[in-house]
Design a protein around this ligand. Structure first.
Ligand code: IPE
Ligand code: IPE
Ligand code: MG
Ligand code: MG
Length: 418
């Protein structure tokens, strides 16, 4: 029997720090003035636009890191006026702090509300929730809900977000968090967001129950939104998440896995939730079906690009940078895009993987082969391909700071692998 003290819930404070940046700056006005009016938007054109935005913002932007986002926020902590050096400035990364600036207040409210919707019925579950929510997280999905809500509200003549938009963002972050808790059990992963995972700290039983509880709680809030289309959309996501985990578990060490299957699994595990976030937001703004469908496609393509990038980072970054174990996908037999591409070029890799790394040093050799065979570069191209599609999906939206931030989100994801 486990005994546990219930600490005061204080989750999300680091993320509040993260989003409380830029304060009263007129960055949004400057950003707005650098519109791209062209059709067939390519990332090169977009890159040029963003370079201008970054240069304006850099001297007055202050960002505080979360556990998992430090590496992502490099270069945005300076407060001194920069010396004008175009070459150097062109490399300034997009920061989450800057791109969330237009919805910073919405995210702050979300962090406060997440605290109350977890519920206070069970101290064990509360502590488990605090463990993972308190560890931070980038809050990408709720930020997407807010950005799409605001970007589409204008189309429908809405002046502000509704309580349904806000509740949707909370539900989405709760489902995401539940999926992470369960995913860490399945991956036997001991670190998440730079902290111990729930199952590492409280054991598998508590982790499974905490995840179940969050899925159930989010379903209850979802039903209370009383919108059948959104209820169906999000229920499907919860089902997809399970399908994705089953698909992954049943194809471990399977060197015949095809790219299409990998993409389907990635859709189930990751893109389905992001697509539902962006479509659900547009539905609550009362947008036309053509727009809601484009928002679904946007979320799907961004989600796929996001998962491919996450899979590349598993090869290229350290556990410290990631805030979660590194190099663990291949070690556990989860064959992701870089491996699938490398397998096409190097038959020796198949042999090593099929032996499940029984020989000392064989895992390192396999990682080396994946890198040597261009697996990372081809995966990068795949992430770029999906990102380009996502940018195209945004064409249906009117020009606004919110649309720019959505474009930034796509580029931010790609820049993680630069
Ligand atoms: C992690 O998602 C799981 C994947 C889909 C790859 P995030 O990278 O958004 O995780 P947090 O919320 O910031 O921790
Ligand atoms: C996405 O896949 C995880 C979820 C949808 C929960 P990963 O298994 O790659 O996520 P990480 O790398 O553990 O965060
Ligand atoms: Mg995982
Ligand atoms: Mg991963």
């Amino acid at each position: 029997m486990m005994s546990m003290t219930c600490h005061n819930l204080d989750f999300g404070t680091r993320v509040l720090d993260l989003v409380a940046v830029g304060s009263s700056s007129n960055a949004s006005i400057e950003r707005h003035s650098v519109k791209n009016h062209g059709k067939g938007f390519t990332s090169k054109v977009y890159g040029a636009r963003r370079m201008v935005c970054c240069r304006h913002n850099v001297s007055r932007t202050r960002a505080f890191s979360t556990n998992t986002s430090e590496a992502l926020l490099d270069g945005v902590g300076e407060r001194t006026a920069p010396v004008l050096d175009l070459k150097k400035e062109a490399k300034i990364p997009i920061s989450l702090a800057n791109l969330f600036e237009v919805v910073a207040d919405d995210l702050q409210t979300l962090n406060q509300n997440l605290r109350s919707i977890v519920g206070a019925e069970n101290p064990v579950l509360m502590s488990a929730a605090e463990q993972i929510f308190g560890a931070g997280g980038k809050r990408i999905r709720p930020a997407l809900v807010f950005l799409v809500s605001r970007a589409t509200a204008e189309l429908a003549g809405l002046k502000d977000l509704t309580t349904k938009h806000r509740r949707l963002a909370e539900i989405i972050e709760m489902i995401h968090t539940a999926s992470l808790i369960h995913d860490d059990v399945l991956d036997e992963s001991d670190m998440r967001r730079g902290k111990e995972t729930v199952h590492q700290l409280y054991g598998t039983r508590v982790a499974v129950l905490a995840g179940d509880f969050m899925f159930a709680q989010s379903s209850w809030y979802l039903a209370n939104l009383e919108n059948l289309e959104v209820i169906k959309l999000i229920s499907q996501v919860i089902k997809d998440f399970a399908s994705g985990e089953i698909k992954q578990a049943s194809s471990l060490f399977d060197c015949d896995v095809e790219l299409e299957e990998y993409l389907l699994k990635s859709f189930y595990k990751t893109a389905s939730l992001i697509a539902a976030s962006t479509k659900g937001a547009a539905i609550f703004s009362g947008a036309d079906r053509s727009v809601t469908e484009q928002m679904y496609e946007f979320g799907k393509n961004l989600g796929l690009s996001f998962q491919v990038v996450d899979d590349i980072l598993d090869f290229t970054q350290s556990a410290e940078q990631l805030g979660k174990p590194a190099g663990s996908d291949l070690a556990k037999g989860n064959l992701t895009a870089p491996v699938i591409f490398a397998l096409e070029k190097e038959p020796k890799l198949r042999e090593i993987i099929e032996s499940e790394f029984c020989d000392t040093g064989s895992l390192d050799e396999a990682i080396k082969l994946v890198k040597q065979c261009g697996g990372i570069e081809r995966a990068q191209e795949l992430a770029q391909e999906k990102a380009d599609l996502a940018i195209e999906n945004l064409q249906c939206l009117p020009q606004s700071n919110f649309r720019l931030a959505l474009q930034d989100m796509v580029m931010f994801n790609l820049e993680r692998i630069d």
